[in-house]
Design a protein around this ligand. Structure first.
Ligand SMILES: Cc1cc2nc3c(=O)[nH]c(=O)nc-3n(C[C@H](O)[C@H](O)[C@H](O)COP(=O)(O)OP(=O)(O)OC[C@H]3O[C@@H](n4cnc5c(N)ncnc54)[C@H](O)[C@@H]3O)c2cc1C
Length: 417
């Protein structure tokens, strides 16, 4: 039985960073916006490290003051640790960027995502928690809303001129429409935990992300969070991680034990809760939009997390999708055609980052080699890593191609017209 039918200009499925940015911008533009999330917030989520250009979508939705007042550790830098435990000089974003965005944050996601959802409410978005999207509503080839199920199992119909799917890696619409296309070269496994009392550097480096190289192209993240917690995760190929055992603690501790830097940092650490694991397959949807439907964030694409670009892509795609939706609604035409510009721009950005991820995993390649040969490209590499993608990276790509087989750009991910 379906109880009640509500009608909105826009319906957003999913209250993560992508959904919240999109919903807030649409509400600010004067539209009647509903957002549903199947979870009750605060809810746990992996993916804590921000990059500098996350600043701009957050600024647009009025979140910067709350971020500055928060107790999230301030991230000024990233640093790398070699296989033998040798730590590089931290790279401070302020060396490259003369803007407040050069200081970003390490966010505990349950807290940050709840702040984003509250902010959306304050901007006029109607939020339904514990409401799970079940089916797309279709009429004449266009999406006209969804059916959802609440915590009591009661069905609801939500009608909207535009539905934005920001349901994360579950990919509500992508699954319904069989649009998910996996990148077979980027399938990795992660094991991570949250530790109390793990050591962190003093002063400016207290909130630094550290990427530690393990054997081969396997790696480890070390992300200091609030409340004396550090998020530590091991990422690698299945054969490498699980060759001896599937026991998460054994594999995790084995890898930590191999690197003197991590071993020293983790000596006093106490695990809080359990180890977590997932396989992360990089993917992109066949289409980013069709008549009445737009995909945002992980519901559109996921890229290996080595450069902490997940929230960036969610925030930026949320912003771009919202702007395209505003134009479409004002023109009274919400056909797939209207979202072609969105598809072009978000795919352009994903491709820049995807090439860098391929470079990271390429055998016998390091960014150090590249910069030694082409010192003039250090700025371009840095721009990619901070999220400053509004430029032409042809010179960087040509130089990278001398060292490795760069992947051909993926052709899918555009709007269905
Ligand atoms: C191992 C790992 C490490 C990572 N590390 C980082 C990192 O350091 N930095 C970084 O930026 N990113 C990182 N990421 C990526 C990051 O977690 C995601 O890219 C980011 O959370 C995507 O945001 P989103 O808003 O698209 O989706 P989510 O944040 O996943 O939000 C989706 C929301 O949709 C809701 N939902 C799902 N299905 C439905 C449904 N049917 N109906 C209603 N609601 C639904 C969910 O409850 C959820 O709240 C990492 C990812 C992995 C796997």
């Amino acid at each position: 039985m379906t109880e009640g039918t509500d009608s909105y200009d826009c319906l957003v499925v999913g209250g993560g960073p992508g959904g919240c940015v999109a919903a807030t911008i649409l509400a600010d533009a004067g539209f009647h916006v509903a957002l549903i999330d199947r979870a009750k917030f605060p809810r746990l989520h992996v993916g804590e490290s921000m990059i500098p250009y996350n600043y701009f979508p957050l600024e647009r939705i009025g979140m910067i003051e709350a971020m500055q007042a928060s107790d999230f550790p301030k991230k000024y830098s990233v640093q790398f640790v070699g296989r033998r435990g040798k730590q590089s000089q931290p790279f401070y974003f302020s060396q490259h960027l003369d803007h407040p965005c050069s200081q970003t944050w390490q966010v505990t996601r349950d807290v940050f995502d709840a702040m984003m959802l509250d902010n959306a409410r304050q901007h006029g978005v109607t939020v339904f928690e514990q409401m799970s999207a079940r089916d797309l509503l279709e009429e004449g080839g266009a999406t006209v809303g969804i059916t959802g199920v609440d915590a009591k199992g009661v069905s609801h119909a939500f009608h909207a001129k535009v539905t934005l799917d920001a349901s994360g890696n579950k990919g509500f619409a992508m699954s319904k429409l069989s649009w998910r296309i996996i990148d077979p070269n980027l399938i990795k496994y992660a094991i991570w935990g949250y530790f109390r009392h793990a050591k962190r550097d003093p002063g400016l480096d207290e909130g630094a992300t550290t990427i530690t190289y393990l054997e081969g192209k396997n790696w480890l993240w070390y992300i200091p969070l609030r409340d004396d917690i550090v998020s530590v995760g091991v990422v690698g190929d299945k054969d490498y991680l699980f060759d001896e055992t599937n026991d998460l603690a054994t594999v995790f501790n084995r890898e930590v034990g191999k690197n003197a830097w991590v071993k020293g940092r983790m000596a006093p650490a106490v695990l809080t809760g359990e180890f977590h694991t997932c396989v992360h397959r990089s993917y992109r949807s066949q289409y980013c939009a069709k008549n009445g439907l737009v995909l945002v964030g992980d519901a559109l694409t996921f890229l290996d997390p080595v450069f902490s670009t997940g929230m960036y892509l969610a925030l930026v795609s949320g912003e771009l999708a919202a702007d395209a939706t505003i134009e479409a609604l004002r023109a009274g035409d919400v056909s797939g055609q209207r979202f072609q510009g969105y598809g072009h721009e978000i795919c352009r950005r994903i491709e820049i980052l995807r090439r860098l991820v391929y470079a990271f995993y390429a055998n016998d390649f390091s960014f150090k080699q590249l910069i030694m040969k082409y010192p003039n490209l250090k700025g371009a590499v840095t721009d990619c890593l901070v999220g400053n993608l509004d430029q032409d990276f042809t010179a960087l790509h040509e130089a990278l191609a001398e060292f490795l087989d760069l992947p051909e750009p993926i052709q899918h991910g555009r709007a269905k017209v």
